[in-house]
Design a protein around this ligand. Structure first.
Ligand code: ADP
Ligand code: ASP
Ligand code: MG
Length: 413
């Protein structure tokens, strides 16, 4: 008998029929004697619909009230799944984040889980009940409803698995595992049987939304056995296991995966005096405005001045431009601030990079052969990130995927 946390994403609970299908799957595990905690997302499209509705009322919705609105999506699915289970003779009970007491900080729309009370869940499990928990939501110290950021149900699943010391956390979704890149963009993408935690962290942080980054962080911190599987297959097989060690017996591919996103925008401050402290004078006010900065590049100075570029999230692009134009530019005496929000970031990830040379040159040659200009580059031990014009993003991903020998058989649509 094992304690298993199963998380079902939006498409997996996208209709009454899909919810009944989830109930059948849960029932099969229950019949095998396992204890089950089931985390569900809102029905697919529902969170987007609720956000759009909020924006019809208030252009920039009040964050506290937005969380009150969007958290209702998950509340619907927990109730429906509990009914579906009871209907087939399984004792089940639904819980909102607040009812479990998934305590978070008060950062509405992007709250972090601080503590999970496992008492009520354990009492139910000991009675043989299936526990159903709303993903994506929690409650702060003052009792306010909070949400964990888009894709946050993954994090609820892994955090519950950590709190309950579950034997495994299974993330059921609409693909049968983690692929070498998004199979919707590259049909030749390959399913990976295993991927290291470090690689999954880099892929998630660079845009692979198959797992929310915080869920991967939790899995790493608490060593949760995490697996991604399909809810659309009767026998989903082994899916993809996130491992904490590299398998010494496996021939390690140089590159495991490629991630991409259009979430960022690039800003360049031109004609900056080339002297100590300038990076701080530019990025200090940006940080003070609570804007996260990702890729940073400073050019070699010439004639006492230089150019300084960095990327920010696209949602914060206008705000960052305003801070730079209003305060930074006059303060440091820069010539001009220019920006571009039509960029994309592509990241090539693999622990094999540690032991192989020439990965960067393969990336650059491949893109050069397609005439794709690289606007920014940043590297870490297991990742090379590039900024390109967003109209070349998909092409860049496809040619890099092929260049690193990742193409498998195209999947039938
Ligand atoms: P859910 O609603 O189940 O949480 P998501 O839509 O959040 O599902 O995540 C699953 C999707 O992630 C897939 O349909 C796929 O298009 C996308 N995806 C992006 N990168 C990858 C990858 N490397 N492997 C698998 N899926 C990926
Ligand atoms: N329903 C939320 C979202 O769409 C959380 C999730 O699906 O993980 O982002
Ligand atoms: Mg998701």
């Amino acid at each position: 008998m094992a304690l298993i946390v199963q998380k079902f994403g939006g498409t997996s609970v996208g209709s009454a029929e899909r919810i009944k299908n989830v109930a059948q799957r849960v029932a099969r595990f229950h019949a095998q004697g396992h204890q089950l905690v089931v985390v569900v997302s809102a029905m697919s499209g529902e969170t987007n619909r609720l956000i759009a509705l909020a924006k019809e009322i208030q252009q920039t919705p009040d964050p506290r009230e937005l969380d009150v609105v969007v958290s209702t999506g998950e509340q619907v699915t927990i109730g429906l799944l509990a009914m579906a289970l009871k209907d087939i003779g399984i004792d089940a009970r639904s819980y909102t984040g607040g009812q479990v007491r998934i305590s978070t900080d008060s950062a509405f729309t992007k709250a972090r889980i601080l503590h999970i009370d496992d008492h009520a869940m354990r009492a139910d499990l000991n009675k043989g009940r299936v526990v159903i928990v709303a993903g994506f939501q929690g409650v702060d110290d003052a009792g306010n409803i909070t949400t964990l950021g888009r894709g946050g149900s993954d994090t609820t699943g892994v955090a519950l698995a950590a709190a309950l010391k579950a034997d495994e956390c299974q993330i059921y979704t609409d693909v049968d595992g983690v692929y070498s890149t998004d199979p919707r963009v590259v049909p030749e993408a390959r399913k990976l049987d295993r991927i290291t935690f470090e690689e999954m962290l880099e892929l998630a942080s660079s845009g692979s939304k198959v797992l929310q980054i915080r869920s991967v962080e939790f899995a790493g911190k608490y060593k949760v056995k995490l697996r991604v599987l399909s809810s659309f297959m009767d026998d989903p097989g082994e899916g993809t296991l996130i491992t904490f060690e590299e398998d010494p017996n496996m021939e390690q591919a140089v590159i495991s995966g490629i991630a991409f996103n259009r979430d960022e925008a690039k800003i360049t401050v031109l004609g900056v005096p080339d002297k100590p402290g300038i990076a701080y004078q530019i990025l200090g006010p940006v940080a003070d405005a609570n804007i996260d900065v990702d890729l940073i590049i400073q050019n070699v100075g010439r004639d006492g001045s230089t150019d300084f570029s960095f990327t920010v999230h696209r949602n914060e692009y206008q705000k960052a431009m305003k801070v730079l134009n209003d305060t930074v530019k006059p303060h440091i005496g820069a010539r001009e601030v220019v920006g571009d929000d039509k960029i994309a970031k592509v990241a090539v990830v693999g622990v094999g990079m540690r032991s192989h040379v020439g990965v960067a040159s393969t990336v650059f040659r491949t893109l050069a052969e397609e005439g794709i200009n690289i606007q920014m580059i940043s590297t870490s031990e297991i990742k090379i990130s590039l900024v390109v014009d967003d109209k070349y993003m998909e092409l860049a991903v496809r040619v890099l995927h092929r260049a690193f020998g990742l193409d498998g058989e195209p999947k039938a649509a």
